[in-house]
Design a protein around this ligand. Sequence first.
Ligand SMILES: NC(=O)C1=CN([C@@H]2O[C@H](COP(=O)(O)OP(=O)(O)OC[C@H]3O[C@@H](n4cnc5c(N)ncnc54)[C@H](OP(=O)(O)O)[C@@H]3O)[C@@H](O)[C@H]2O)C=CC1
Ligand SMILES: O=C1O[C@H](COP(=O)(O)O)[C@@H](O)[C@H](O)[C@H]1O
Length: 479
Amino acid sequence: MAATTLVILGASGDLTQRLLMPALYRLHALGLTRDLRIVGYAKEPWSREHFERHIHKALQAFAPDFKEAQWNRFRRQLDYVGGELQADQLFALKDKLNPDALFYLALPPALFGVAATALGEAGFAKGPRNGWRRLVVEKPFGTDLASAQVLREQMHAHWEEEQILRIDHFLGKETTQNLMVFRFANRFIEPIWNAQHIAQVQITYAETLGVEKRAAYYDKAGALRDMLQNHLMQLFSLTAMAPLAEWDAEVLRNHKVEVLRSVVPITAATVDAHAVRGQYRAGKLGRKTLVGYRSEPGIGRGSCTETFAALRLEIDNWRWHGVPFYLRSGKRLASDYSEIAVQFREVPGALPKAVHAGNNWMIFRIRPTEQMDLLVTAKRPGLDLAGRPVVLTAPYASPDHLEFSAYEQLLMDAIEGDRTHFLRFDEVEWAWRLLTPVLDAWQSGTPDFYAAGSEGPSTQKRLLDLGHLWRSIARNGDA
Ligand SMILES: NC(=O)C1=CN([C@@H]2O[C@H](COP(=O)(O)OP(=O)(O)OC[C@H]3O[C@@H](n4cnc5c(N)ncnc54)[C@H](OP(=O)(O)O)[C@@H]3O)[C@@H](O)[C@H]2O)C=CC1
Ligand SMILES: O=C1O[C@H](COP(=O)(O)O)[C@@H](O)[C@H](O)[C@H]1O
């Protein structure tokens, strides 16, 4: 790696403390980013020493395996500049930039356009001839189709699309990346990965967390914008896309966009058949009593923001015609349970009755543990020819392999210029195009309530085809 500067705009914020700095610290400890200079930039008129103390405290709290000796090496990479998001003030960064430099917008989303413009006006979008410049943008990219398009225009005034790395941290998760490897590196999968063999797909991201300290952001966003529009749509398109002709970031992103373009549009008339929203009321999780969303600090007593969203998507192409894809995510649910679960169609009935062949499921589990489960029917040991369900499990973690957090993966990719796991604008745009009619419809009316600690609103059932059941959140997917 050539000497590179990473400027973090918004360096006094939560993301920097909790996720970016711990990731950078670990990459440094592993010897992967020795030539990286990290410059924090924020409004606070801090000295470099003050910034160091701030980050030291953050790492003590959030970096697993924090060690003072390692910190003493890492701190030498750090620097700080205080200023507003204005070109004349940003210009103070000039002498700190290597020919290769990237700017990370760890800022409130409303400031992405302002910051990109100010960096451009300061002349930072164009590097010297022997270097490159990149802009890493956090999520969410816009709040609907129109605002995302406006933001794109603002960014493109100074930055080329190839320079912009839009983060979706789910693309840095092992399970997400494994979807691509597992699907395309195994001979037996591709021939059955289609409507002829697959009955339904369920993508669930359930959290026990509530709104925590993010009321100001979350109450404006809601579950559809916070989780479905970005993270779950990515899992969806990676599950459904066609095999790549070439292992290349642009080809991959073309394929994901193809999926989104093939989704049957949801309209004002069909929203209720395709989308359900919920909001948690007071409830119990184990012995803990939980307040309802409207009683959380910072949330309006009459807020209609959804804390749960479920979608039924249908893809009208040769591969998937007739297969419903169910996506859902919510806060304050019964467990931290997340997976992509693919159910195969039933086998024909020419088996002895006692075999009871159940449906096969292929499950890519994200939480509570990352692992793959294949649910099959095998013979029950004994004299009779009877069947029993068996789970073939492949755990993810292995003592022989280092694991990297999503932010470690993506920061490394950003430094190396690998765009594979970042979003191209048209992916974001298509996801907004599909979901904006739902957001529009949800501007009025109220969400369906569910008790905190439960499976979510019972109305989510209405999205399912006859014979399909939601997998149980409380029992990590078991029936
Ligand atoms: N926190 C998280 O867990 C995650 C956050 N994200 C995304 O990361 C981004 C940052 O989030 P987060 O760190 O939580 O937000 P915070 O509000 O904690 O921090 C944002 C940063 O922006 C600065 N800032 C705020 N307003 C201005 C302004 N008007 N001018 C200049 N700087 C300003 C803040 O400075 P100051 O401290 O002075 O206000 C702070 O440094 C968001 O886009 C969020 O969606 C994504 C995934 C997870
Ligand atoms: O982006 C977000 O993701 C988290 C869930 O992701 P995880 O990797 O932390 O499990 C979610 O809690 C948050 O609301 C959302 O903004």
